[in-house]
Design a protein around this ligand. Structure first.
Ligand code: ES4
Ligand code: ZN
Length: 326
């Protein structure tokens, strides 16, 4: 199929990927065995069958439980290497990876163990596959702001390795305003900012992310459509939305792919991009997301070209690096 070959081949950047969400059941079982951790599933197949979600929280419960098998630096290296190898086959040339330090430090894993394993893989991946990278540290919004502030302080020695801070986990009831002081400190330390907003939460959370956290991109952001003035603002500012089509269907943000607003937002002139979010849990990596969106929304070659160009434009690559892909 020629549109599939085109989608796979076109150079693209992945800007919304939780590295813990790329943990495939096979690696989860291998690491559980390595560390003598008992999983509440008898087999890879049984685990995969459990990947049926009602909403964001039902997914997060499984995602945090799965991450418990990640214990030493080699685990984080193996996790990240497997992801890079996989998306190299999908035509991904640049990745901006989220990691959730609190998921690990809360279990007694050192911040250094997590980031050193991921960074070593990113360097190896650049050498082996030519994939360039940035790292984004996310705060878990269901935890309090003081915990996020302590995490930010732990990251300061790694400033040069982390381009931005982000905000993820349970959105409802945890508005961006809760983290205004943390993001202000992060920006004063030189970090850029992004935040999940408008996935399950209302358009008001997107406005808070823009006005209070001063984000350079909005992760998901699909509920912006409920506020026409907000859509107009996003278009005018060319504010990128990192949209995750398969995630939105799996977590029932939309009922079916045919109902997704990605194509409408693209046609309105928004800088929307396609991303995989948590590919091991949501049924596919970058190409699978492009393919599902293309089929569900009847996207044209021009749409695909625009989406790929948007992903380079919205990235944190330097201008000269962007030019190479434009
Ligand atoms: C996430 Cl889909 C999604 N939303 C919010 N937080 C997350 N962490 C991992 N995946
Ligand atoms: Zn996400």
């Amino acid at each position: 199929n020629s549109i599939d070959a085109f989608m796979r081949g076109i150079p693209k950047a992945e800007l919304h990927l939780h590295i813990e969400g790329s943990l495939e059941p096979e690696l989860m079982f291998a690491l559980a065995h390595k560390h003598g951790v008992k999983l509440p599933y008898a087999s890879v197949e049984e685990l995969r069958n459990a990947y049926q979600f009602d909403d964001l929280q039902s997914f997060l419960d499984l995602y945090y439980a799965g991450a418990a098998v990640l214990r030493d630096e080699d685990d984080f290296h193996a996790l990240t290497m497997a992801y890079l190898k996989r998306v190299h086959a999908d035509g991904v040339v640049h990745v901006e990876i989220f990691f959730d330090p609190q998921t690990h430090t809360e279990r007694g894993i050192a911040f250094a163990t997590v980031i050193d394993g991921i960074r070593r893989a990113l360097a190896d991946g650049e050498r082996e596959f030519g994939i360039t990278h940035r790292l984004i540290m996310c705060f878990l919004r269901h935890l309090d702001a003081a915990d996020a502030m302590r995490t930010l302080e732990q990251a300061l020695p790694y400033k040069d390795a982390i381009v931005a801070v982000g905000l993820d986990s349970s959105e409802r009831g945890h508005p961006p305003s809760k983290f205004e002081a943390v993001f202000s400190r992060a920006r004063s330390e030189g970090f850029l900012a992004v935040a999940h907003a408008g996935e399950e939460g209302p358009p008001a959370y997107i406005i808070e992310a823009l006005d209070l956290l001063k984000v350079a991109r909005v992760d998901h952001g699909v509920r912006c459509e409920e506020d026409p003035a907000l859509v107009q603002r996003l278009v005018q500012d060319r504010m990128p939305l990192t949209v995750c089509p398969l995630s939105n269907v799996k977590l029932r943000v939309v009922e079916r792919m045919q109902d997704h607003n990605l194509k409408r937002l693209l046609d309105r002139g928004l800088c929307v991009t396609i991303n995989s979010d948590d590919p091991a849990y949501f049924g596919g990596y970058m190409f699978a997301n492009f393919q599902a969106a293309q089929r569900g929304l009847d996207l044209s070659r021009e749409d695909i070209t625009q989406l790929a160009a948007n992903s380079i434009e919205a990235s944190f690559l330097r201008a000269a690096e962007k030019k190479h892909w434009q």
